[in-house]
Design a protein around this ligand. Structure first.
Ligand code: AHR
Length: 624
Protein backbone atom coordinates (compact mmCIF):
# COMPACT_ATOMS: atom_id res chain seq x y z
CA UNK A 1 0.00 0.00 0.00
CA UNK A 2 1.30 3.46 -0.85
CA UNK A 3 0.25 6.85 0.53
CA UNK A 4 1.28 9.85 -1.55
CA UNK A 5 1.16 13.00 0.50
CA UNK A 6 0.85 16.31 -1.34
CA UNK A 7 1.88 19.26 0.76
CA UNK A 8 0.16 22.58 0.10
CA UNK A 9 2.63 25.15 1.46
CA UNK A 10 0.81 27.99 -0.31
CA UNK A 11 -2.16 27.42 2.06
CA UNK A 12 -0.14 27.49 5.30
CA UNK A 13 -2.19 28.94 8.18
CA UNK A 14 -1.56 30.08 11.75
CA UNK A 15 -2.66 27.69 14.47
CA UNK A 16 -2.81 27.77 18.24
CA UNK A 17 0.59 27.45 19.88
CA UNK A 18 -0.99 25.98 23.00
CA UNK A 19 -2.87 22.98 21.66
CA UNK A 20 -1.44 20.32 23.96
CA UNK A 21 -2.03 20.73 27.66
CA UNK A 22 -3.07 18.72 30.68
CA UNK A 23 -6.13 18.44 32.88
CA UNK A 24 -5.36 17.67 36.51
CA UNK A 25 -8.11 16.51 38.85
CA UNK A 26 -7.87 14.80 42.23
CA UNK A 27 -9.52 11.63 40.96
CA UNK A 28 -7.94 8.17 41.39
CA UNK A 29 -5.88 9.57 44.32
CA UNK A 30 -4.13 11.88 41.86
CA UNK A 31 -3.41 14.56 44.49
CA UNK A 32 -3.66 13.21 48.04
CA UNK A 33 -1.60 10.00 48.05
CA UNK A 34 -0.36 10.91 44.57
CA UNK A 35 1.22 14.03 43.10
CA UNK A 36 1.04 15.87 46.44
CA UNK A 37 4.13 14.53 48.18
CA UNK A 38 2.63 14.37 51.69
CA UNK A 39 3.28 10.86 53.02
CA UNK A 40 1.08 10.88 56.16
CA UNK A 41 -2.49 9.90 55.49
CA UNK A 42 -5.19 11.77 57.44
CA UNK A 43 -2.46 13.99 58.87
CA UNK A 44 -5.02 16.35 60.39
CA UNK A 45 -7.45 13.78 61.83
CA UNK A 46 -10.23 15.24 59.68
CA UNK A 47 -11.48 12.20 57.76
CA UNK A 48 -15.24 11.91 58.20
CA UNK A 49 -17.76 9.16 57.43
CA UNK A 50 -19.47 11.70 55.15
CA UNK A 51 -16.37 11.82 52.93
CA UNK A 52 -17.80 8.57 51.60
CA UNK A 53 -21.09 8.36 49.76
CA UNK A 54 -22.05 5.20 51.57
CA UNK A 55 -21.26 6.24 55.10
CA UNK A 56 -18.30 4.27 56.35
CA UNK A 57 -17.82 4.21 60.09
CA UNK A 58 -14.16 3.22 59.75
CA UNK A 59 -13.54 6.32 57.67
CA UNK A 60 -13.32 8.67 60.63
CA UNK A 61 -10.81 11.04 62.29
CA UNK A 62 -8.60 8.14 63.36
CA UNK A 63 -8.48 6.49 59.92
CA UNK A 64 -4.95 5.36 58.92
CA UNK A 65 -3.83 5.75 62.55
CA UNK A 66 -3.62 3.13 65.26
CA UNK A 67 -2.46 2.78 68.80
CA UNK A 68 0.36 0.31 69.35
CA UNK A 69 1.37 -0.95 72.79
CA UNK A 70 -0.45 -1.04 76.08
CA UNK A 71 -1.38 1.16 79.03
CA UNK A 72 -2.60 3.89 76.74
CA UNK A 73 -5.62 5.35 74.98
CA UNK A 74 -5.92 7.12 71.62
CA UNK A 75 -8.95 9.39 71.30
CA UNK A 76 -10.01 12.25 69.07
CA UNK A 77 -10.64 15.58 70.73
CA UNK A 78 -11.77 19.00 69.55
CA UNK A 79 -11.28 21.33 72.52
CA UNK A 80 -9.13 24.29 71.42
CA UNK A 81 -7.97 23.04 68.01
CA UNK A 82 -5.07 24.70 66.14
CA UNK A 83 -7.57 26.29 63.79
CA UNK A 84 -11.38 26.17 63.51
CA UNK A 85 -11.03 24.74 59.97
CA UNK A 86 -9.29 21.73 61.51
CA UNK A 87 -11.40 20.99 64.56
CA UNK A 88 -10.12 17.47 65.37
CA UNK A 89 -6.85 16.31 66.81
CA UNK A 90 -5.41 13.18 68.42
CA UNK A 91 -5.02 12.75 72.14
CA UNK A 92 -2.58 10.14 73.36
CA UNK A 93 -2.82 9.24 77.04
CA UNK A 94 -0.22 6.88 78.44
CA UNK A 95 0.04 5.50 81.97
CA UNK A 96 3.38 3.83 81.24
CA UNK A 97 5.97 4.40 78.54
CA UNK A 98 5.85 2.09 75.51
CA UNK A 99 2.66 2.94 73.64
CA UNK A 100 2.71 4.90 70.39
CA UNK A 101 0.60 6.37 67.62
CA UNK A 102 1.26 4.80 64.24
CA UNK A 103 0.32 6.10 60.80
CA UNK A 104 0.14 3.70 57.87
CA UNK A 105 0.55 6.37 55.19
CA UNK A 106 -0.98 5.89 51.78
CA UNK A 107 -0.24 2.18 51.28
CA UNK A 108 2.80 2.59 53.56
CA UNK A 109 5.71 5.02 53.41
CA UNK A 110 8.09 4.35 50.54
CA UNK A 111 11.42 5.53 51.91
CA UNK A 112 14.95 5.46 50.51
CA UNK A 113 18.17 4.96 52.40
CA UNK A 114 20.04 8.24 52.91
CA UNK A 115 17.23 10.45 51.60
CA UNK A 116 16.01 13.25 53.82
CA UNK A 117 12.37 13.43 54.96
CA UNK A 118 11.00 16.58 56.54
CA UNK A 119 8.85 15.98 59.59
CA UNK A 120 6.51 18.61 60.95
CA UNK A 121 3.89 18.19 63.65
CA UNK A 122 1.81 20.26 65.98
CA UNK A 123 1.63 19.13 69.61
CA UNK A 124 0.65 20.36 73.05
CA UNK A 125 1.44 18.85 76.41
CA UNK A 126 -1.56 18.31 78.63
CA UNK A 127 -0.01 16.13 81.38
CA UNK A 128 3.36 14.62 82.29
CA UNK A 129 6.62 15.08 80.41
CA UNK A 130 6.73 15.88 76.69
CA UNK A 131 9.72 13.94 75.37
CA UNK A 132 8.79 11.93 72.31
CA UNK A 133 10.57 9.98 69.63
CA UNK A 134 9.34 9.91 66.05
CA UNK A 135 10.48 7.00 63.92
CA UNK A 136 10.06 5.28 60.61
CA UNK A 137 9.67 1.56 61.22
CA UNK A 138 9.88 -1.45 58.91
CA UNK A 139 7.16 -4.13 58.80
CA UNK A 140 9.28 -5.99 61.37
CA UNK A 141 9.36 -2.95 63.65
CA UNK A 142 13.02 -2.23 62.93
CA UNK A 143 13.80 1.45 63.45
CA UNK A 144 14.92 2.84 60.08
CA UNK A 145 15.05 6.50 61.11
CA UNK A 146 14.45 8.27 64.38
CA UNK A 147 14.44 11.71 65.91
CA UNK A 148 13.79 12.94 69.44
CA UNK A 149 11.58 15.96 70.10
CA UNK A 150 10.28 17.67 73.17
CA UNK A 151 6.75 19.03 73.57
CA UNK A 152 6.46 21.73 76.21
CA UNK A 153 3.54 23.86 77.29
CA UNK A 154 -0.14 23.55 76.84
CA UNK A 155 -0.33 25.70 73.69
CA UNK A 156 0.06 24.24 70.23
CA UNK A 157 3.69 24.19 69.11
CA UNK A 158 5.02 23.32 65.68
CA UNK A 159 7.96 20.90 65.94
CA UNK A 160 10.19 20.06 63.00
CA UNK A 161 12.95 17.57 62.28
CA UNK A 162 14.52 15.60 59.47
CA UNK A 163 14.43 11.80 59.28
CA UNK A 164 17.12 9.97 57.29
CA UNK A 165 16.41 6.24 56.83
CA UNK A 166 19.24 3.74 57.15
CA UNK A 167 17.62 1.38 54.63
CA UNK A 168 15.11 1.36 51.78
CA UNK A 169 11.59 0.28 52.64
CA UNK A 170 8.39 0.38 50.60
CA UNK A 171 5.97 -0.28 53.43
CA UNK A 172 7.34 1.64 56.38
CA UNK A 173 5.09 3.27 58.99
CA UNK A 174 5.50 6.45 61.02
CA UNK A 175 5.49 6.11 64.79
CA UNK A 176 5.15 8.81 67.47
CA UNK A 177 6.12 7.50 70.89
CA UNK A 178 6.07 9.43 74.18
CA UNK A 179 8.98 8.55 76.45
CA UNK A 180 7.08 9.10 79.68
CA UNK A 181 3.52 8.60 80.94
CA UNK A 182 1.29 11.59 80.31
CA UNK A 183 -1.11 13.15 77.91
CA UNK A 184 -0.08 14.80 74.61
CA UNK A 185 -2.23 16.18 71.79
CA UNK A 186 -1.04 15.89 68.17
CA UNK A 187 -2.26 17.43 64.94
CA UNK A 188 -1.14 18.07 61.38
CA UNK A 189 1.53 15.38 61.46
CA UNK A 190 3.34 15.69 58.16
CA UNK A 191 6.25 14.00 56.41
CA UNK A 192 7.54 15.12 53.00
CA UNK A 193 10.56 13.99 51.03
CA UNK A 194 12.99 16.91 50.99
CA UNK A 195 13.51 16.39 47.27
CA UNK A 196 10.11 17.44 46.02
CA UNK A 197 9.75 18.66 42.42
CA UNK A 198 12.01 21.75 42.10
CA UNK A 199 12.51 21.51 45.89
CA UNK A 200 9.26 23.33 46.61
CA UNK A 201 8.09 23.23 50.23
CA UNK A 202 4.69 21.54 50.60
CA UNK A 203 5.59 20.29 47.15
CA UNK A 204 4.98 17.56 44.64
CA UNK A 205 6.35 14.08 44.08
CA UNK A 206 9.36 14.67 41.85
CA UNK A 207 9.04 11.56 39.66
CA UNK A 208 5.33 12.11 38.91
CA UNK A 209 5.70 15.85 38.40
CA UNK A 210 8.61 15.31 36.01
CA UNK A 211 6.61 12.75 34.02
CA UNK A 212 3.86 15.34 33.64
CA UNK A 213 6.36 18.09 32.75
CA UNK A 214 7.81 15.84 30.05
CA UNK A 215 4.56 16.14 28.10
CA UNK A 216 5.57 19.79 27.58
CA UNK A 217 2.03 20.92 28.34
CA UNK A 218 1.27 24.48 27.29
CA UNK A 219 -1.43 24.80 29.95
CA UNK A 220 -2.88 23.01 32.94
CA UNK A 221 -6.60 22.92 33.79
CA UNK A 222 -7.36 22.32 37.49
CA UNK A 223 -8.77 21.39 40.04
CA UNK A 224 -11.57 19.54 38.11
CA UNK A 225 -13.85 18.40 36.42
CA UNK A 226 -16.54 17.29 38.73
CA UNK A 227 -14.30 18.15 41.68
CA UNK A 228 -14.54 21.86 40.79
CA UNK A 229 -18.30 22.07 41.10
CA UNK A 230 -18.52 19.44 43.82
CA UNK A 231 -21.10 17.14 45.29
CA UNK A 232 -23.86 19.54 46.33
CA UNK A 233 -23.64 23.26 46.92
CA UNK A 234 -21.67 22.97 50.15
CA UNK A 235 -19.02 20.92 48.38
CA UNK A 236 -18.04 23.37 45.62
CA UNK A 237 -14.29 23.87 45.48
CA UNK A 238 -13.65 27.28 47.05
CA UNK A 239 -10.16 28.49 46.16
CA UNK A 240 -9.82 30.59 49.30
CA UNK A 241 -10.15 27.43 51.42
CA UNK A 242 -7.14 25.96 49.63
CA UNK A 243 -4.47 28.58 50.33
CA UNK A 244 -2.51 29.76 53.35
CA UNK A 245 -1.00 27.77 56.25
CA UNK A 246 -1.92 24.09 56.01
CA UNK A 247 -3.62 24.11 59.40
CA UNK A 248 -6.02 26.81 58.20
CA UNK A 249 -7.08 25.13 54.95
CA UNK A 250 -10.52 23.60 54.90
CA UNK A 251 -10.45 19.92 53.98
CA UNK A 252 -13.59 18.40 52.51
CA UNK A 253 -15.23 15.43 50.86
CA UNK A 254 -13.77 14.56 47.50
CA UNK A 255 -16.61 13.94 45.02
CA UNK A 256 -14.66 10.86 43.90
CA UNK A 257 -15.48 9.31 47.23
CA UNK A 258 -12.54 10.02 49.44
CA UNK A 259 -11.08 12.98 51.30
CA UNK A 260 -9.31 16.05 49.97
CA UNK A 261 -6.86 17.83 52.21
CA UNK A 262 -6.46 20.73 49.72
CA UNK A 263 -2.80 20.63 50.76
CA UNK A 264 -2.29 20.79 47.02
CA UNK A 265 -4.24 24.01 46.68
CA UNK A 266 -4.36 27.04 44.42
CA UNK A 267 -0.92 28.36 45.38
CA UNK A 268 0.67 24.99 44.65
CA UNK A 269 -1.27 24.61 41.39
CA UNK A 270 -0.11 28.02 40.18
CA UNK A 271 3.45 27.26 41.28
CA UNK A 272 3.44 23.94 39.45
CA UNK A 273 2.15 25.61 36.28
CA UNK A 274 4.97 28.12 36.48
CA UNK A 275 7.53 25.39 37.16
CA UNK A 276 6.56 23.45 34.03
CA UNK A 277 5.93 26.45 31.78
CA UNK A 278 2.19 25.78 31.49
CA UNK A 279 -0.46 28.50 31.47
CA UNK A 280 -2.73 28.08 34.52
CA UNK A 281 -6.38 27.35 33.66
CA UNK A 282 -8.39 27.25 36.89
CA UNK A 283 -12.00 26.11 36.65
CA UNK A 284 -14.51 27.70 39.00
CA UNK A 285 -18.03 26.32 39.47
CA UNK A 286 -20.68 28.42 37.74
CA UNK A 287 -22.41 28.74 41.15
CA UNK A 288 -24.11 25.39 40.55
CA UNK A 289 -22.92 22.03 41.85
CA UNK A 290 -22.35 18.89 39.78
CA UNK A 291 -25.55 17.95 37.97
CA UNK A 292 -25.07 14.41 39.27
CA UNK A 293 -24.66 15.54 42.88
CA UNK A 294 -25.64 12.75 45.20
CA UNK A 295 -25.23 14.81 48.35
CA UNK A 296 -28.03 17.26 49.07
CA UNK A 297 -30.23 15.60 46.45
CA UNK A 298 -31.00 18.78 44.54
CA UNK A 299 -28.33 18.28 41.88
CA UNK A 300 -27.97 21.28 39.68
CA UNK A 301 -31.57 22.37 39.97
CA UNK A 302 -30.48 24.36 42.98
CA UNK A 303 -27.80 26.92 42.27
CA UNK A 304 -26.38 29.31 44.82
CA UNK A 305 -29.11 31.62 46.19
CA UNK A 306 -29.06 35.06 44.60
CA UNK A 307 -28.26 36.57 47.99
CA UNK A 308 -24.90 34.77 47.87
CA UNK A 309 -24.02 35.59 44.27
CA UNK A 310 -22.40 38.95 45.02
CA UNK A 311 -19.93 37.39 47.45
CA UNK A 312 -19.36 34.45 45.10
CA UNK A 313 -18.51 36.73 42.18
CA UNK A 314 -16.24 38.78 44.43
CA UNK A 315 -14.37 35.56 45.29
CA UNK A 316 -13.74 35.04 41.57
CA UNK A 317 -12.51 38.59 41.09
CA UNK A 318 -10.33 38.11 44.16
CA UNK A 319 -8.82 35.03 42.54
CA UNK A 320 -7.75 37.10 39.56
CA UNK A 321 -6.19 39.63 41.92
CA UNK A 322 -4.54 36.82 43.91
CA UNK A 323 -2.95 35.51 40.70
CA UNK A 324 -2.11 38.74 38.93
CA UNK A 325 -2.40 41.68 41.32
CA UNK A 326 0.65 43.59 42.55
CA UNK A 327 2.07 42.51 45.90
CA UNK A 328 0.58 45.72 47.30
CA UNK A 329 -3.01 44.72 46.43
CA UNK A 330 -5.09 42.90 49.04
CA UNK A 331 -4.97 39.46 47.41
CA UNK A 332 -1.65 40.00 45.66
CA UNK A 333 -0.19 40.52 49.12
CA UNK A 334 -1.59 37.18 50.27
CA UNK A 335 0.23 35.55 47.34
CA UNK A 336 3.40 37.52 48.10
CA UNK A 337 3.26 36.53 51.78
CA UNK A 338 3.02 32.91 50.71
CA UNK A 339 6.31 33.34 48.86
CA UNK A 340 5.46 34.57 45.36
CA UNK A 341 5.64 38.36 45.02
CA UNK A 342 5.61 38.14 41.21
CA UNK A 343 2.25 37.53 39.52
CA UNK A 344 1.29 34.08 38.22
CA UNK A 345 0.14 35.53 34.87
CA UNK A 346 -3.37 34.15 34.84
CA UNK A 347 -4.96 34.59 31.42
CA UNK A 348 -7.66 31.92 31.20
CA UNK A 349 -10.44 31.15 33.64
CA UNK A 350 -12.90 28.30 33.20
CA UNK A 351 -16.42 28.86 34.50
CA UNK A 352 -18.50 25.71 34.87
CA UNK A 353 -18.03 22.08 33.96
CA UNK A 354 -20.42 19.89 31.98
CA UNK A 355 -23.35 21.77 33.48
CA UNK A 356 -26.99 21.44 32.54
CA UNK A 357 -27.74 24.64 30.66
CA UNK A 358 -30.83 25.35 32.76
CA UNK A 359 -32.24 28.78 33.59
CA UNK A 360 -30.55 28.43 36.97
CA UNK A 361 -27.20 27.92 35.28
CA UNK A 362 -27.68 30.54 32.58
CA UNK A 363 -28.58 33.28 35.03
CA UNK A 364 -25.58 32.59 37.25
CA UNK A 365 -23.08 32.02 34.44
CA UNK A 366 -24.14 35.27 32.78
CA UNK A 367 -23.69 37.24 36.01
CA UNK A 368 -20.22 35.81 36.56
CA UNK A 369 -19.21 36.22 32.92
CA UNK A 370 -20.34 39.84 32.72
CA UNK A 371 -18.61 40.73 35.98
CA UNK A 372 -15.28 39.27 34.82
CA UNK A 373 -15.60 40.96 31.43
CA UNK A 374 -16.26 44.29 33.07
CA UNK A 375 -13.57 44.23 35.75
CA UNK A 376 -10.98 42.08 33.99
CA UNK A 377 -11.42 42.28 30.21
CA UNK A 378 -7.89 40.87 29.88
CA UNK A 379 -9.08 37.46 31.16
CA UNK A 380 -10.35 34.97 28.58
CA UNK A 381 -13.31 33.13 30.06
CA UNK A 382 -13.76 29.52 29.06
CA UNK A 383 -17.42 28.55 29.12
CA UNK A 384 -18.81 25.03 29.16
CA UNK A 385 -20.77 23.04 26.60
CA UNK A 386 -19.77 19.69 28.09
CA UNK A 387 -20.10 16.31 26.44
CA UNK A 388 -20.59 16.57 22.68
CA UNK A 389 -23.06 13.69 22.57
CA UNK A 390 -26.75 13.06 22.10
CA UNK A 391 -28.91 13.66 25.15
CA UNK A 392 -26.55 16.29 26.56
CA UNK A 393 -26.82 20.07 26.70
CA UNK A 394 -24.12 20.61 24.11
CA UNK A 395 -26.36 22.57 21.70
CA UNK A 396 -27.81 24.73 24.50
CA UNK A 397 -24.28 25.39 25.75
CA UNK A 398 -23.25 26.62 22.31
CA UNK A 399 -26.35 28.81 22.04
CA UNK A 400 -25.46 30.50 25.30
CA UNK A 401 -21.82 30.88 24.29
CA UNK A 402 -22.86 32.46 20.98
CA UNK A 403 -25.30 34.76 22.73
CA UNK A 404 -22.69 36.01 25.21
CA UNK A 405 -19.77 35.76 22.76
CA UNK A 406 -17.76 33.70 25.22
CA UNK A 407 -14.18 33.59 23.89
CA UNK A 408 -13.64 29.84 24.38
CA UNK A 409 -15.88 26.91 25.30
CA UNK A 410 -14.94 23.62 26.92
CA UNK A 411 -16.09 20.46 25.09
CA UNK A 412 -15.68 16.90 26.37
CA UNK A 413 -15.93 13.48 24.84
CA UNK A 414 -15.04 10.01 26.00
CA UNK A 415 -15.83 7.78 23.04
CA UNK A 416 -14.76 4.38 21.72
CA UNK A 417 -11.88 4.36 19.19
CA UNK A 418 -14.32 3.91 16.28
CA UNK A 419 -15.93 7.26 17.06
CA UNK A 420 -12.63 9.08 16.73
CA UNK A 421 -11.83 7.28 13.47
CA UNK A 422 -15.23 8.20 12.04
CA UNK A 423 -15.35 11.81 13.23
CA UNK A 424 -12.09 13.22 11.99
CA UNK A 425 -13.97 16.05 10.31
CA UNK A 426 -15.62 17.06 13.62
CA UNK A 427 -14.20 20.59 13.61
CA UNK A 428 -13.89 21.13 9.86
CA UNK A 429 -17.26 22.88 9.71
CA UNK A 430 -16.97 24.90 12.93
CA UNK A 431 -17.64 28.61 12.52
CA UNK A 432 -14.22 30.27 12.65
CA UNK A 433 -15.81 33.49 13.88
CA UNK A 434 -17.63 31.92 16.84
CA UNK A 435 -16.09 30.93 20.21
CA UNK A 436 -12.86 28.96 20.05
CA UNK A 437 -12.84 25.44 21.44
CA UNK A 438 -11.00 23.94 24.36
CA UNK A 439 -11.34 20.17 24.15
CA UNK A 440 -10.95 19.87 27.91
CA UNK A 441 -11.49 16.13 28.27
CA UNK A 442 -11.21 13.35 25.73
CA UNK A 443 -10.00 9.79 25.45
CA UNK A 444 -10.52 6.89 23.07
CA UNK A 445 -12.31 5.20 25.87
CA UNK A 446 -13.51 1.68 26.36
CA UNK A 447 -14.77 1.71 29.95
CA UNK A 448 -12.75 -0.59 32.18
CA UNK A 449 -10.20 -1.36 29.46
CA UNK A 450 -6.67 -0.09 29.96
CA UNK A 451 -5.02 2.12 27.39
CA UNK A 452 -3.19 0.34 24.58
CA UNK A 453 -1.67 0.90 21.15
CA UNK A 454 -5.08 0.90 19.48
CA UNK A 455 -6.52 3.66 21.67
CA UNK A 456 -3.23 5.60 21.69
CA UNK A 457 -2.93 5.62 17.91
CA UNK A 458 -6.60 6.50 17.57
CA UNK A 459 -5.96 9.54 19.75
CA UNK A 460 -2.88 10.34 17.66
CA UNK A 461 -4.99 10.08 14.49
CA UNK A 462 -7.52 12.45 16.01
CA UNK A 463 -4.81 14.83 17.18
CA UNK A 464 -3.62 15.30 13.60
CA UNK A 465 -7.16 16.50 12.88
CA UNK A 466 -7.06 18.81 15.88
CA UNK A 467 -3.79 20.25 14.54
CA UNK A 468 -5.49 20.80 11.18
CA UNK A 469 -8.27 22.61 13.02
CA UNK A 470 -6.08 24.36 15.57
CA UNK A 471 -7.22 27.70 14.23
CA UNK A 472 -10.51 26.96 16.02
CA UNK A 473 -9.46 24.32 18.57
CA UNK A 474 -7.14 26.31 20.75
CA UNK A 475 -6.44 23.78 23.48
CA UNK A 476 -6.92 20.07 24.18
CA UNK A 477 -6.25 17.86 27.19
CA UNK A 478 -6.59 14.10 27.60
CA UNK A 479 -8.46 12.91 30.71
CA UNK A 480 -8.02 11.63 33.29
CA UNK A 481 -4.33 12.30 33.76
CA UNK A 482 -3.30 10.23 36.80
CA UNK A 483 -4.40 7.05 38.54
CA UNK A 484 -2.96 5.36 41.60
CA UNK A 485 -2.95 1.60 41.26
CA UNK A 486 -5.62 -0.03 43.41
CA UNK A 487 -7.26 3.34 44.03
CA UNK A 488 -8.86 4.13 40.68
CA UNK A 489 -12.39 5.32 40.14
CA UNK A 490 -11.96 5.72 36.37
CA UNK A 491 -10.29 3.68 33.63
CA UNK A 492 -8.50 4.29 31.29
CA UNK A 493 -6.08 6.94 32.52
CA UNK A 494 -2.92 8.45 31.08
CA UNK A 495 -0.33 7.76 33.79
CA UNK A 496 -0.59 5.00 36.39
CA UNK A 497 1.57 4.99 39.48
CA UNK A 498 2.14 3.48 42.88
CA UNK A 499 4.31 4.76 45.72
CA UNK A 500 7.45 3.47 44.05
CA UNK A 501 6.92 3.67 40.33
CA UNK A 502 5.44 5.83 37.61
CA UNK A 503 3.94 3.88 34.72
CA UNK A 504 3.09 6.04 31.72
CA UNK A 505 0.76 4.39 29.19
CA UNK A 506 1.28 4.20 25.43
CA UNK A 507 -1.25 7.05 25.22
CA UNK A 508 1.04 9.16 27.39
CA UNK A 509 3.75 8.89 24.74
CA UNK A 510 1.30 10.10 22.10
CA UNK A 511 0.59 13.18 24.23
CA UNK A 512 4.29 13.68 24.79
CA UNK A 513 5.18 13.33 21.11
CA UNK A 514 2.52 15.86 20.16
CA UNK A 515 3.48 18.11 23.08
CA UNK A 516 7.16 18.25 22.20
CA UNK A 517 6.50 18.42 18.46
CA UNK A 518 3.86 21.09 18.30
CA UNK A 519 3.92 24.10 16.02
CA UNK A 520 2.23 27.41 15.44
CA UNK A 521 1.61 27.16 11.71
CA UNK A 522 -0.01 24.38 9.74
CA UNK A 523 0.87 23.21 6.24
CA UNK A 524 -2.22 21.55 4.75
CA UNK A 525 -1.90 18.33 2.80
CA UNK A 526 -4.01 16.02 0.74
CA UNK A 527 -3.12 12.46 0.06
CA UNK A 528 -3.90 9.53 -2.15
CA UNK A 529 -3.74 5.95 -1.03
CA UNK A 530 -3.28 3.16 -3.54
CA UNK A 531 -6.34 1.44 -2.03
CA UNK A 532 -8.67 4.40 -1.65
CA UNK A 533 -11.57 2.65 0.09
CA UNK A 534 -13.05 4.60 2.98
CA UNK A 535 -11.96 2.04 5.57
CA UNK A 536 -8.34 2.23 4.49
CA UNK A 537 -8.30 5.95 3.79
CA UNK A 538 -9.52 7.01 7.24
CA UNK A 539 -6.93 4.91 9.04
CA UNK A 540 -4.08 6.96 7.64
CA UNK A 541 -3.58 10.58 8.64
CA UNK A 542 -0.85 13.15 8.34
CA UNK A 543 -0.28 16.61 9.76
CA UNK A 544 2.54 19.03 9.06
CA UNK A 545 3.35 21.93 11.35
CA UNK A 546 6.17 24.41 11.72
CA UNK A 547 7.44 25.53 15.09
CA UNK A 548 8.06 29.27 14.80
CA UNK A 549 10.57 29.39 17.67
CA UNK A 550 13.02 26.83 16.23
CA UNK A 551 11.90 27.01 12.61
CA UNK A 552 11.72 23.20 12.62
CA UNK A 553 9.26 21.45 10.33
CA UNK A 554 7.41 18.51 11.87
CA UNK A 555 5.48 15.80 10.07
CA UNK A 556 3.33 13.28 11.91
CA UNK A 557 1.89 10.28 10.11
CA UNK A 558 -0.43 7.67 11.60
CA UNK A 559 -0.95 4.25 10.10
CA UNK A 560 -3.80 2.49 11.93
CA UNK A 561 -3.90 -0.36 9.40
CA UNK A 562 -2.72 -3.90 10.15
CA UNK A 563 -0.24 -3.67 7.24
CA UNK A 564 2.68 -1.38 6.55
CA UNK A 565 2.33 1.56 4.18
CA UNK A 566 4.94 3.23 1.98
CA UNK A 567 4.85 7.00 2.11
CA UNK A 568 5.94 9.38 -0.64
CA UNK A 569 5.86 13.17 -0.38
CA UNK A 570 5.26 15.85 -2.98
CA UNK A 571 6.82 18.87 -1.35
CA UNK A 572 5.34 21.25 -3.92
CA UNK A 573 7.94 23.94 -3.49
CA UNK A 574 8.27 23.69 0.30
CA UNK A 575 12.00 23.83 1.04
CA UNK A 576 13.13 20.75 2.93
CA UNK A 577 15.10 22.06 5.94
CA UNK A 578 18.79 21.23 5.70
CA UNK A 579 19.42 20.30 9.34
CA UNK A 580 19.30 16.92 11.05
CA UNK A 581 16.17 14.80 10.52
CA UNK A 582 15.03 12.63 13.43
CA UNK A 583 12.38 10.00 13.09
CA UNK A 584 10.44 8.81 16.13
CA UNK A 585 8.23 5.77 15.75
CA UNK A 586 5.67 4.42 18.19
CA UNK A 587 4.36 1.05 17.10
CA UNK A 588 3.12 -2.26 18.48
CA UNK A 589 0.30 -4.75 18.31
CA UNK A 590 -3.07 -3.05 18.91
CA UNK A 591 -3.47 -4.66 22.32
CA UNK A 592 0.05 -3.86 23.50
CA UNK A 593 0.21 -1.73 26.66
CA UNK A 594 3.99 -1.48 26.61
CA UNK A 595 4.96 0.01 23.22
CA UNK A 596 7.42 2.89 23.54
CA UNK A 597 8.75 5.47 21.03
CA UNK A 598 12.05 4.69 19.26
CA UNK A 599 14.18 7.53 17.87
CA UNK A 600 16.71 7.45 15.02
CA UNK A 601 18.45 9.88 12.69
CA UNK A 602 17.50 9.58 9.02
CA UNK A 603 19.59 10.51 5.96
CA UNK A 604 16.92 10.42 3.24
CA UNK A 605 15.01 13.63 3.81
CA UNK A 606 12.42 13.19 1.08
CA UNK A 607 9.97 11.40 3.39
CA UNK A 608 9.99 8.02 1.60
CA UNK A 609 9.28 5.73 4.51
CA UNK A 610 7.90 2.38 5.47
CA UNK A 611 5.20 3.20 7.96
CA UNK A 612 4.85 0.07 10.12
CA UNK A 613 1.41 -1.42 10.77
CA UNK A 614 -0.18 0.35 13.75
CA UNK A 615 2.27 3.20 14.04
CA UNK A 616 2.76 6.88 14.70
CA UNK A 617 5.80 8.35 12.95
CA UNK A 618 7.12 11.80 13.78
CA UNK A 619 9.65 13.36 11.43
CA UNK A 620 11.34 16.44 12.83
CA UNK A 621 13.35 18.43 10.30
CA UNK A 622 15.72 20.73 12.13
CA UNK A 623 16.16 24.23 10.72
CA UNK A 624 19.83 25.09 10.52
O1 AHR B 1 -12.40 13.16 33.91
C1 AHR B 1 -13.33 12.59 34.77
C2 AHR B 1 -14.64 13.35 34.81
O2 AHR B 1 -15.31 13.26 33.59
C3 AHR B 1 -14.55 14.82 35.06
O3 AHR B 1 -14.45 15.13 36.40
C4 AHR B 1 -15.83 15.34 34.50
O4 AHR B 1 -15.72 16.66 34.02
C5 AHR B 1 -16.18 14.35 33.42
O5 AHR B 1 -17.47 13.92 33.53
Amino acid sequence: LTATINLQPQNTKSISDMLIGIFFEDLNYAADGGLYAEMVQNRDFEYKPTDKLTLDKNWNPSYAWKLSGENASFTIDSIKPIHPNNPHYALLNTTAAGAALVNEGYDGFNIKKGDRYKLSLFAKLLKGAGDISVSLLSEKNEVLAQTDLSVSGSNWQNLKAVLVPSADNEHAVLQIKPKHPGSIAFDLVSLFPESTFKGRPNGLRADLAQTIADIHPRFMRFPGGCLAHGDGLANMYRWKNSIGPLESRLPQRNIWNYHQTVGLGYYEYFQFCEDIGAAPVPVIAAAVPCQNSAVGGAGQQGGLPMTEMGAYIQDILDLIEYANGPATSKWGKVRADEGHPQPFHLKYLGIGNEDLISDVFEERFTMIYNAIKKVHPEIEVIGTVGPAAEGTDYEQGWQLANKLKVPIVDEHYYQPPGWFINNQDFYDGYDRKASKVYLGEYAAHVPGRKSNVESALTEALYLTNLERNADVVKMASYAPLLAKENHTQWTPDLIYFNNREVKPTVNYYVQQLFGENSGNSYVPNSFEVSDNTDNVRKRIACSVVRDGASGDLIIKIINLLPISVKSAFNWNGLAIPKGKLTQTTLTGSPTSETARPAVKTVDDKAGNLDLPAYSLTVLRYQQL
